[in-house]
Design a protein around this ligand. Structure first.
Ligand SMILES: NC(=O)c1ccc[n+]([C@@H]2O[C@H](COP(=O)([O-])OP(=O)(O)OC[C@H]3O[C@@H](n4cnc5c(N)ncnc54)[C@H](O)[C@@H]3O)[C@@H](O)[C@H]2O)c1
Ligand SMILES: O=C(O)C(=O)C[C@@H](O)[C@H](O)[C@H](O)COP(=O)(O)O
Ligand SMILES: [Zn+2]
Length: 354
C-alpha cells in the first residue's frame, strides 16, 4: 500500500494506492462519517465489484444506485435521477456517497455530492486507469451539456481516493488505452523523465506489469496532487492539465458523447497541440514523432475525425472553459516535459494544423 496526500488545508485528503484491494475496508471506513452510505456505480461496474464493496461496508447501512453505462449518460437527467433516488431512500446530510467506477461515475457522483443538501461527504473508488490517474483526484465534478463537455459542475473534493490496481484486470483494452492518453499527457506537460519511462516500458505497460503500473499511477497522482494543491480552482497553473482538451472536448461534443472516448479525443488533441507548438518552433519534428509513436503504441488516435472542419473545432472551442475575453486559450508544449498556456493562437495557425 502506498499513499500520498492532496494538500488543501482543511480539505486535504489521502490517495491510497494498492495492488490487490485487500485493505479497502480498513482504509475506506475511517472516511465514512455517518451510518448511511450510498454507492453510486453503473450497470457494468457494480456487478463486478459489488460483493467486494459490500464486504468492506458490512458495518454500514448501504444502498446502491446503478446508472446506465457510458459518457452519453453523464447528464443532468442522470444527476436528477440520482437526486430522486437519494431523497426516496431518505438520505440526509450525514450520508456518504461512494463513487465506484470510471470517470463518468466519479464526475457525476462528485457533482451530486457537491449539491445534495448543499454538500455531503464523498469518496472516490476509481476502477479505470483514467480515473485512477486523473479524474478521481482534484475535485473537478461535472455533467455534460449537449453544447459542451463538463459545462455544469463544481469544484468539490472527496474525503479520500482509494485505488485498487486489481480493478484494471477486467478493464477492456480500449479503455486501458484511453487512460494511457492521460498518463502520456502528464509526461508531456510536466515530466520528461516520465515520458521517457513510458517510451522504455511499452511492453511492460501493455502487459500491465504490477510494478510498472504502480509507479505510473503513483507518479501521475503525485503530479496532479501537486498542481491541484497549488491551484485548486484553476486560476493559473492547473489549466496545464487541460493539454489536448481544447481540441479533445470539441471532438467529443461534435462526434456525440461516447463515440470517441475521452482519452482518445485527448490523444488526438495532444498531437494537434504539439503540431501548433512545432509551427511556433517550440518543439521539434522529432519530439512530435515521439509523441505520435507513443500514442500509436497503445492504438490511440493521432489525428481528429476526417469529417471535422476547422470551423467545426472553432465552434466548440469558443465555448471552452478557458476562453477569456472572447479569446480561445490553448495549452502548448514548450518542450517535452513543459507546457504553457497561450492566448495568441491565430485562426491561420489553426487552419494550418487542422
Ligand atoms: N474530473 C476530472 O478531473 C476528469 C479528468 C479526466 C477525465 N474526466 C472525465 O472522465 C470520463 C472518462 O472516464 P473513464 O475513461 O474512466 O470512462 P468511463 O467512466 O466511461 O469508464 C470506461 C468504461 O469502462 C467500464 N469500467 C469501469 N471500470 C471497469 C473495470 N474495472 N472493469 C471493466 N469495466 C470497467 C465502464 O463501465 C465504462 O464502460 C469523461 O467523462 C471525462 O470527461 C474527468
Ligand atoms: O483536473 C483538471 O484540471 C483537468 O483538466 C483534467 C482533465 O483531464 C479532465 O478531463 C477535466 O475534466 C477537464 O476539465 P475541464 O475544466 O476542461 O472540463
Ligand atoms: Zn481529461
Amino acid at each position: 500500500m502506498k499513499s500520498l496526500e492532496v494538500n488543501l488545508g482543511d480539505h486535504s485528503y489521502p490517495i491510497y494506492i494498492e495492488k490487490d484491494g485487500n485493505s479497502l475496508s480498513s482504509f475506506l471506513c475511517p472516511h465514512i462519517k455517518g451510518q448511511r452510505v450510498v454507492v453510486i456505480s453503473n450497470t457494468t461496474v457494480l456487478p463486478i465489484f459489488k460483493s467486494q464493496i459490500a464486504l468492506a461496508l458490512t458495518d454500514f447501512d448501504v444502498s446502491y444506485y446503478e446508472m446506465a453505462d457510458g459518457e452519453a449518460n453523464k447528464t443532468l437527467e442522470t444527476y436528477h435521477d440520482i437526486m430522486t433516488f437519494l431523497l426516496e431512500q431518505g438520505a440526509a446530510r450525514d450520508v456518504t456517497l461512494i463513487a465506484l467506477g470510471g470517470g463518468v461515475v466519479g464526475d457525476i457522483c462528485g457533482f451530486v455530492a457537491a449539491t445534495f443538501m448543499r454538500g455531503v461527504n464523498f469518496i472516490q473508488v476509481p476502477t479505470t486507469l483514467l480515473s485512477q490517474v486523473d479524474s478521481s483526484v482534484g475535485g473537478k465534478t461535472a455533467v455534460n451539456h449537449p453544447l459542451g463537455k463538463n459545462m455544469i459542475g463544481a469544484f468539490y473534493q472527496p474525503q479520500a481516493v482509494f485505488i485498487s490496481m486489481n480493478s484494471l484486470k477486467t478493464l477492456p483494452k480500449r479503455e486501458f488505452a484511453a487512460g494511457m492518453a492521460e498518463v502520456i499527457k502528464y509526461g508531456i506537460l510536466a515530466d520528461r523523465d516520465l515520458f521517457e519511462y513510458l517510451e522504455n516500458n511499452i511492453a511492460a505497460i501493455q502487459q500491465m506489469d504490477d510494478d510498472v503500473m504502480a509507479y505510473i499511477i503513483h507518479r501521475c497522482c503525485e503530479i496532479k496532487a501537486e498542481i491541484v494543491a497549488e491551484d485548486e480552482k484553476e486560476q493559473g497553473r492547473r489549466a496545464l492539465l487541460n493539454l489536448g482538451h481544447t481540441f479533445g472536448h470539441a471532438i467529443e461534443a461534435e462526434q456525440g458523447y461516447g463515440n470517441w472516448l475521452h482519452g482518445e479525443a485527448v490523444a488526438a488533441g495532444m498531437v494537434q497541440a504539439c503540431q501548433l507548438a512545432r509551427l511556433r518552433g517550440w518543439i521539434n519534428e522529432s519530439d512530435v514523432s515521439r509523441v505520435i509513436t507513443l500514442l500509436n503504441a497503445f492504438d490511440l488516435p493521432t489525428s481528429g475525425p476526417d469529417s471535422m472542419s476547422c470551423d467545426d473545432y472553432i465552434k466548440h472551442m469558443k465555448k471552452d472553459k478557458k476562453v477569456k475575453a472572447s479569446t480561445i486559450r490553448f495549452i502548448l508544449p514548450k518542450q517535452l516535459g513543459q507546457a504553457i498556456l497561450v492566448s495568441d493562437v491565430t485562426e491561420s495557425e489553426l487552419q494550418t494544423i487542422l
